[in-house]
Design a protein around this ligand. Structure first.
Ligand SMILES: [Ca+2]
Length: 321
């Protein structure tokens, strides 16, 4: 019984084989025009499908782009208003009170525009709480940056690389530190990423502590002791310990330092005050970094700018994202 069934299956299989063989012979004969037509039809179908997809995608993106554009325009307007508000707020602070600026200020903004239901956050920071990279043409300033790098757990040779990027000569401090160097002052801290040996990780770590805007001139090395963070205060002199720098922060919260001499309140002796005087100030902030972030329906608009306050206020740097 089993054998018979097996035989039948084999026979069926043979017949199928035969049919297939026969069919393939027919296909062979019919190749040429018919086959070509099939390929063409398939290609056209593919093309049409692609075009339909592309077309509907195009319509979709342009509709949403228009919506995004309108939303972006509104957000752009809102965040620009935030910058104007920040500039006005800073300009309204009496000059004599500016040295009391807390370093970082968040301005609460409500009902800035009718029909805007999102959020607007405006922050103002003293840009000279940070180390000025453009001061690196001064040898003493390189020492300050080297200490700052060490305090941040970074390699101090980065200071040589930035110094070579800025200085006019092409004498390398390190083997490759003059490679592609700009040899003029930096216009933006983002230039750090163009310097050989500085990667995104170093840049990110350094960004909160460095600027390219001098307190006075472009290469002014002065850091504001009333706004500088602990690692920056420590970088002013090798003798400034973490405890001493923290004491500066505690003391200025009680009462900002009206002069460098008042640093004695934080335990600085006269020799230390004299040593840091070229690289420190207790004066009123002049360069303010303003960040205005408007957000609505999951879309964000960020405007970042540095404003130099001199009379009516002047924008020196502006970036919209
Ligand atoms: Ca150079």
């Amino acid at each position: 019984m089993k054998r018979k069934a097996h035989k039948e299956v084999c026979l069926k299989a043979d017949r199928v084989k035969h049919k297939t063989h026969h069919a393939s012979r027919i296909t062979h004969h019919a190749s040429g025009e018919k086959g070509m037509a099939l390929v063409l039809t398939l290609m056209i179908l593919v093309l049409i499908t692609a075009m339909v997809v592309e077309f509907s995608y195009g319509v979709y993106t342009s509709t949403s782009a228009l919506h995004n554009w309108k939303e972006a325009q509104k957000l752009s307007f809102v965040s620009k208003s935030g910058v104007s508000l920040a500039v006005k707020t800073i300009a309204d602070i009496p000059k004599t009170d500016l040295y009391r600026f807390p370093g970082r200020m968040v301005i609460p903004v409500e009902n800035i525009l009718e029909g805007f239901s999102g959020t607007l956050i405006v922050t103002v920071e003293d840009e000279n709480a940070k180390f000025n990279l453009n001061s690196l043409r001064i040898p003493d300033s390189i020492k300050v940056l080297k200490r700052l790098l060490t305090n941040l757990g970074l390699d101090e040779s980065i200071a040589d690389r930035v110094a070579d990027w800025i200085d006019a000569d092409s004498e390398p401090r390190l083997r490759d530190s003059e490679e592609g160097a700009k040899n003029v002052f930096m216009d933006s801290v983002d230039e750090l990423l163009l310097i050989t040996g500085i990667d995104a990780q170093i840049y990110e770590a350094l960004l909160p502590y460095v600027t390219v805007y001098g307190y006075g001139n472009t290469d002014d090395a002065r850091i504001n002791i009333n706004t500088a963070p602990v690692p920056v205060i420590m970088s002013l002199d090798a003798r400034i310990t973490k405890d001493r720098a923290e004491e500066v922060v505690n003391q200025r919260k009680l009462e900002p330092f009206a002069s460098l001499g008042q640093l004695s309140r934080a335990g600085f002796d006269n020799t230390l005050i004299t040593a840091i005087s070229a690289n420190a100030t207790s004066g009123a902030p002049i360069n303010f970094r303003i960040a205005s972030v408007a957000e609505e329906n999951g879309i964000k608009r960020v405007i970042e700018g540095v404003v130099k306050i001199s009379g009516s206020g002047r924008v020196v740097y502006w970036r919209e994202m």
